[in-house]
Design a binder for this molecule. Structure first.
Ligand code: CA
Length: 235
């Protein structure tokens, strides 16, 4: 399993550390911590780092988490945001959701419940129309099984398996994924599909997405597996 990066924005150091530990416990998530709204903004501004979801405290020392959420949405950031709220009166909840948050959880909460909410939001997001990822020169929209070459305004259609392969490699965040992991993720545990089938799909995918399939820039071969270079092939 490749941990998915989650940003925790919370000024309560003890709570933040507990959350980070719980998220990382099963290797499912990797937490990055921010103490203030400003700290969070700075981390989110780094184009080389991606966060799959944000846990966002309402009461931050330098601002209101809901305002930060609204500002992130204005900047076009669409990942799931779950508000951590101390004030669970209805108006506070509604304000949080109005600001573009996907869910909220009132303190004190059980870590297991929060994890369940994070998983649920990621499931929804991963399958939503909103999920758009930048892969090299393309905008990758898994829900439409499509890559848009923005510079040429050209659409590339992908098969279901090609979409699944690309999505999983993207989630790996530039790390190599072993062939067996990809086989299980894309075809399932009980499938009798062999690495040869996977290699055939990778070959076809490269024909579609690599500007020059003789000179790989995006879908790299690594020892035992493959790696997506999401910032490759961009001139
Ligand atoms: Ca707080």
């Amino acid at each position: 399993m490749i941990p998915r990066p989650i940003l925790i924005v919370e000024d309560d150091a003890a709570l933040r550390a507990t959350l980070a530990e719980q998220l990382a416990l099963d290797g499912e998530f990797a937490a990055v911590e921010a103490e203030t709204a400003q700290d969070a903004q700075a981390k989110l501004a780094d184009a080389d780092v991606r966060y799959d979801a944000i846990l966002l405290d309402v009461g931050l020392p330098d601002g209101d988490g809901r305002d930060l959420c609204a500002s992130l949405r204005k900047q076009g950031k669409r990942m799931p945001v779950i508000m951590l709220t101390g004030a669970d009166t209805e108006s506070d909840v509604i304000r949080g959701l109005d600001a573009g948050a996907n869910d909220y959880i009132s303190k004190p909460f059980r870590a297991q419940e929060l994890l369940a909410r994070v998983r649920a939001q990621l499931r929804v997001f991963d399958n939503s129309e909103d999920a758009v990822f930048t892969v090299g020169p393309y905008l990758f929209r898994p829900s439409a099984k499509q890559l848009l070459d923005t510079a040429r305004n050209r659409k590339i259609r992908l098969t279901e398996k090609e979409t699944a392969i690309l999505k999983f490699l993207y989630r790996a965040g530039g790390r190599a994924v072993p062939r067996n992991t990809l086989l299980v993720e894309v075809w399932g545990y009980n499938s009798s599909v062999t690495t040869h089938t996977l290699e055939t799909h990778i070959y076809r995918l490269r024909q579609k997405i690599e500007p020059d399939p003789q000179n790989l820039k995006l879908l790299m071969t690594e020892t035992g597996g493959y790696r997506l270079n999401p910032r490759g092939a961009v001139d």
